[in-house]
Design a protein around this ligand. Structure first.
Ligand SMILES: NC(=O)c1ccc[n+]([C@@H]2O[C@H](COP(=O)([O-])OP(=O)(O)OC[C@H]3O[C@@H](n4cnc5c(N)ncnc54)[C@H](OP(=O)(O)O)[C@@H]3O)[C@@H](O)[C@H]2O)c1
Length: 211
């Protein structure tokens, strides 16, 4: 698939690495074209000089930018995003007062309102970047949940999620992004509170068993 990744930080690079390894054609863009070029070089991806150039031919557009930059990024891209699948990996993080972000809303639903002609899905946000690059623990695939309202967009994203090594799981409508964002907060808090090494990922146990 042709995949555009907006953001060439921890997540952008991790997903670019696993996606190019899986044979996808990946184009990276960020604020700084130099940083995008560096990230592309280290992940076998291509770099675009602007976010608009990156999304032009893309079938999947991954938003891997800080949550407080989403409005700016989507604002610049708005008409280009019409009809595209947007994979939202963003999380709002407030570790001092987690209740502020666990407020019954989600980034994905917010993005869908900002880009009403796009098909927004939530995926990957519950995984740490290290696990997006290598989504296995003890030889078992981590679960790759995907929430979204558009069935075709969700199926395409589930294929992508599986192609890079997660066990694909349909998590229901876009409103379930609220739960997936809560899972991300929980995993971050667990690492901080227990001084764990940021290596845990989500996997449901019980049927259907696999591998
Ligand atoms: N890190 C994780 O393990 C993890 C896991 C799950 C979800 N997330 C979420 O994923 C998102 C990205 O996290 P990250 O750790 O990759 O952050 P990061 O390392 O800080 O990277 C953020 C990227 O966003 C780009 N960016 C910022 N403003 C932009 C704009 N206006 N236009 C285009 N690009 C812009 C930056 O561009 P420049 O490089 O040019 O400065 C940078 O490449 C966040 O919402 C985070 O909560 C992170």
């Amino acid at each position: 698939m042709k995949v555009a990744i907006i953001g060439s930080g921890n997540v952008g690079k991790a997903l670019a690495k696993s996606a190019t390894q899986a044979g996808h054609k990946v184009t990276l863009a960020s604020r700084s074209p130099e940083k995008a070029r560096e990230a592309a070089k280290s992940t076998n991806a291509h770099a675009a000089d602007s976010t608009k150039d990156a999304v032009k031919d893309a079938e999947l557009v991954v938003l891997a930018v800080p949550a407080d930059k989403v409005d700016e990024v989507v604002g610049v891209l708005a008409p280009e995003l019409d009809g595209k699948v947007i994979i939202d990996v963003t999380n709002r993080v407030d570790m001092k007062d987690p209740g502020k972000t666990l407020d019954g809303s989600s980034m994905s639903e917010h993005i869908q309102k900002k880009a009403p002609q796009a098909h927004v899905v939530k995926a990957f946000n519950y995984a740490f970047a290290s696990k997006m690059a290598d989504p296995k623990v003890d030889g078992k695939r981590l679960d790759g949940f995907v929430a979204g309202d558009d069935e075709q967009a969700k199926q395409k994203t589930l294929q992508f999620v599986e192609s890079i090594g997660f066990r694909p799981i349909d998590a229901g409508p876009l409103a379930m992004a609220r739960a997936l964002e809560g899972m991300a907060s929980l995993n971050i808090i667990l690492q901080l509170k227990n001084s764990w090494p940021w290596q845990n990922g989500w996997k449901l146990v019980g049927p259907p068993e696999e591998d």
